[in-house]
Design a protein around this ligand. Structure first.
Ligand code: FAD
Length: 398
């Protein structure tokens, strides 16, 4: 009689959980994916609305430096996980599903179709063919040694050879990533770094009349500084404050500042002396003249006037244009953020991504305390950690 294959439960059917499921099934395990929602991969489908930025084509040495995390973040281990499952492999994986990808001039990599649904559909079909079972509407209620788990609505805990948790972070809770799992791990003495919004907008206390005039307007070709760090890109002005790639990248440092603020160079490619020269014949109403002479749009002029005006001297306007300082009152709520920082503390995890206090239980994806900017680094990080956890789990059970 052939022995029964080892059984691996994956809890959480986002990209990390599904990636872990396919590797565990390919490795010979009997795999069941449990998810609290009616269907899996809901956040991945939401990410598809923006085209689904799968990964990034920059040099791997730069790529691996995009990741950071809370206390004890293992720089070397994380780099190793990415190098073992690098962006090229993610593109080859998509190709294996018949999803062609392309790299934009910015380096961002997308599926040619710019959506997630076809990829998710084919992926789930392939997982089913691999023998993966799906148990949706199964919120995790309890974890135990063995390892074992119990879902809400089931009276008894079930034992598995290994369990991989891929429960996601705390942003966009309506997609299922609601962090309701935190007390289940804390019950075992496992430390969870509190979740905070990452890749999110920041609030500014604009007066209503200013908000009404700038809302929905972009500021382009900027350099944005927070403390010693800078990021190039665009910002979108909203009723509540500022959104956009340039401020997302500065999230970790802004969160650490007691009084967060950004300093924006509205004309990063033009030297101060050049700005002054372009205004040589102007004697008054410098801000109005800057519209035409510096191609400074109305939203930028309104912000300059509000935060630094009035401008009696040209020098003052030049200085403010290179250093538009906007105090921030705090991040937007985590429910709106693209991702979250925080999660299972690194002190709780070994090099295989197994929980030290629950042998046989592994963790993967955004539920661990790491973060990365937008640009495809999040999905790549989820795939890489899931690949590592699945290999760890297979090593544990086989
Ligand atoms: C608007 C938006 C756009 C994005 N765009 C991009 C992008 O273009 N590129 C990119 O790299 N990243 C993007 N992201 C981020 C990316 O989608 C996430 O980082 C990624 O989905 C996290 O994967 P995960 O598998 O760790 O968790 P999730 O995708 O959050 O999946 C977690 C799963 O666990 C289940 N679950 C949670 N708790 C329980 C429980 N107690 N019991 C059972 N099941 C549970 C959930 O239902 C869910 O299915 C975007 C995110 C958002 C919100």
């Amino acid at each position: 009689m052939t022995p029964a294959p080892p059984s691996i439960a994956i809890v959480g059917g986002g990209p990390a959980g599904l990636r872990a499921a396919e590797l565990c099934a390919a490795g010979g395990a009997a795999v069941t994916v449990f998810d609290a929602k009616r269907s899996v991969a809901r956040k991945l489908l939401v990410a598809g609305y923006g085209g689904l930025n799968l990964t990034h084509g920059e040099a791997l040495d730069d790529f691996v430096g995009r990741y950071s995390g809370g206390s004890g973040f293992p720089v070397r281990l994380f780099e190793e996980m990415i190098r073992r499952f690098p962006p090229d492999e993610l593109r080859a994986w998509a190709d294996g599903l018949g999803i062609e990808t392309f790299e934009q001039r910015t380096g961002r990599v997308y599926p040619r179709e710019m959506k997630a649904a076809p990829m998710v559909r084919r992926w789930i079909e392939r997982l089913r063919k691999q023998g993966v079972r799906f148990e949706v509407n199964h919120p995790l209620a309890e974890l135990g040694p063995g390892p074992s788990l119990r879902c809400r609505h089931t009276s008894e805990a079930a034992n598995f050879s290994a369990i991989i948790l891929a429960l996601g972070g705390a942003s966009w809770p309506k997609t299922g990533s609601d962090a309701a799992w935190v007390p289940l791990l804390e019950a075992h003495g496992i430390a969870i770094t509190p979740f905070e919004p990452a890749n999110c907008g920041w609030e500014v206390a604009w007066p209503d009349d200013l908000a009404g005039r700038i809302e929905g307007k972009p500021l382009k070709n900027l350099r944005v500084h927070a403390g010693p760090l800078g990021a190039d890109g665009e910002l979108m002005l909203t009723r509540h404050g500022i959104e956009g790639g340039a401020i997302y990248q500065l999230g970790p440092i802004l969160r650490a500042m007691p009084e967060p603020q950004v300093v924006i160079d509205l004309k990063p490619e033009v030297a101060e002396a050049t700005l002054a020269r372009k205004m040589e014949s102007v004697r008054r109403d410098f801000l109005a003249a800057a519209g035409e002479r510096w191609k400074l749009g109305e939203p930028a002029r309104l912000l300059l006037e509000h935060f630094h005006g009035p401008f009696d001297e040209l020098d003052e306007l030049v200085e403010a244009t290179k250093n538009l300082t906007i105090p921030l009152t705090g991040p937007r709520p985590i429910a709106e953020a693209i991702s979250s920082a925080g999660g299972v503390a690194w002190s709780e995890i070994d090099d295989e991504l197994m929980l030290r206090k629950l042998p046989g239980v592994f963790v993967a994806g955004e539920m661990i305390d790491w973060e990365a900017p937008t640009g495809g680094y999040l999905i790549q990080g989820c795939f890489a950690t899931a690949t590592h956890a699945a290999r760890g789990a297979l090593g544990y059970v086989l």
